[in-house]
Design a protein around this ligand. Structure first.
Ligand SMILES: C[S@@+](CC[C@H](N)C(=O)[O-])C[C@H]1O[C@@H](n2cnc3c(N)ncnc32)[C@H](O)[C@@H]1O
Length: 279
C-alpha cells in the first residue's frame, strides 16, 4: 500500500524483513522489544519519519538509518518509536505515598532529598513530584529531582514546561494557580511551569538499556513507572540492578501499576503493589 509524497509514492506497510531489522536495531539501542504485533505501529511511526525525510520505501529508510551517525537518525528513530503517554499525577496513589514519606522524613529532621524520575517523558511526572515536594517540605530543604528519558523530543517539551488546558485537567485549580502561570496565545491559552518548580529539576537524556548509568546516587526515591513494560527480562534485570545501586538503604522504588518485580531475583522488598524498598 502506498500514499503520495511530493509526486512520489510512499509505502505505508513495512515488509517483514525490514521490520525485523528495525526491531533488532531498536532492541540493540534501547532495549525496547518490538514483536510482530507491533508491525502496524512501527510502520505508522516510521512512515512519518520517511515523510519528513522524503524517503518513499522502508528499505531505503533502513539503509539511511544504518549509514547515519549514532547522534543522527538513530536518535530520531527512537524518538519516533517511543511511546510517551503520560499525564500529571498519573496513578495518584504513588503521589499520596510520596507525600507520606516526605512528612515522615521531615518529622525525622531530614533536610536533603534526592529523587530520580526514570522515563519522565514530557515532564508531567517529575513536575507532579516537584509539586508534591513543595506542598510537603519547607522551601529551606535541599531538594533535587533528576528526570531522564530516551526521547529528545519528550525532553524538549519537558524542559519548556508549557502545557495545554487539556494537559492540566488532572491538576487541581489550587495547584495550577500556585505552580503555573497562564499565557494567552493566538490558539487560546497555555500554562507555564513556575521557575521555582522548574529549578528543582534537572532533565537529561539517559538510555535505561545502557548500563551502568553515569550517576552515583544515592536517591531517596526512584520513580520508574511504565517503562519496564517495553523491555525484556534481561534489560529489566540490568535496570533493577542499577536502581539497587543508586537507591539509599530504606529508600523506595516505585514502578507502574501494571509492572511488578516478581519473577526477578531482586533483593528489593515489596511494601505494597508497585512499591518496593531497599532494606
Ligand atoms: C509510557 S511513557 C511513561 C512516562 C511516565 N513514566 C509515566 O508513567 O507517565 C514511557 C517513557 O519511557 C521512555 N523510554 C523508553 N525506552 C527507554 C529507554 N531505553 N531509556 C529511557 N527511557 C526510555 C519513553 O521515551 C517514554 O517517554
Amino acid at each position: 500500500m502506498t500514499t503520495r509524497l511530493m509526486g512520489g509514492l510512499i509505502e505505508t506497510r513495512i515488509d517483514s524483513l525490514t521490520f525485523r531489522r528495525i526491531a533488532e536495531i531498536v532492541y540493540q539501542k534501547a532495549g525496547i522489544v518490538l514483536d510482530t504485533r507491533k508491525e502496524a505501529l512501527v510502520s505508522a511511526r516510521i512512515s512519518k519519519r520517511m515523510h519528513r525525510l522524503g524517503i518513499t520505501r522502508f528499505r531505503d529508510y533502513l539503509r539511511f538509518l544504518e549509514e547515519s551517525p549514532e547522534s543522527g537518525e538513530p536518535v530520531e528513530m527512537l524518538n519516533a518509536i517511543s511511546t510517551n503517554v503520560t499525564h500529571f499525577f498519573r496513578e495518584p496513589r504513588h503521589f499520596d505515598q510520596l507525600a507520606r514519606w516526605l512528612d515522615q522524613w521531615r518529622a525525622g529532621g531530614h533536610a536533603r532529598f534526592r529523587f530520580w524520575c526514570a522515563g519522565c517523558s514530557s515532564g508531567e511526572e517529575p513536575y507532579s513530584m516537584a509539586m508534591t515536594v513543595r506542598e510537603h517540605l519547607p522551601g529551606t530543604c535541599d531538594v533535587r529531582i533528576l528526570a531522564t528519558d530516551l526521547s529528545t523530543h519528550a525532553l524538549k517539551t519537558a524542559r519548556e514546561g508549557i502545557y495545554t488546558p487539556e494537559h492540566m485537567s488532572k491538576v487541581s485549580g489550587e495547584l495550577t494557580s500556585r505552580y503555573f502561570s497562564r499565557h494567552h496565545t493566538a490558539a487560546g491559552f497555555h500554562y507555564r511551569v513556575s521557575p521555582a518548580l522548574a529549578r528543582m529539576i534537572t532533565f537529561a537524556r539517559l538510555n535505561l538499556a545502557q548500563t551502568p548509568y553515569p550517576m552515583s546516587g544515592p536517591f531517596d526515591v526512584i520513580f520508574c513507572r511504565n517503562v519496564m513494560i517495553y523491555f525484556d527480562n534481561q534489560v529489566r534485570a540490568r535496570l533493577l540492578g542499577e536502581c539497587w545501586r543508586l537507591l539509599r538503604p530504606q529508600g523506595y522504588l516505585v514502578v507502574g501499576h501494571a509492572e511488578s518485580l516478581s519473577g526477578h531475583l531482586s533483593q528489593f522488598k515489596s511494601m505494597a503493589a508497585s512499591i518496593y524498598t531497599k532494606p
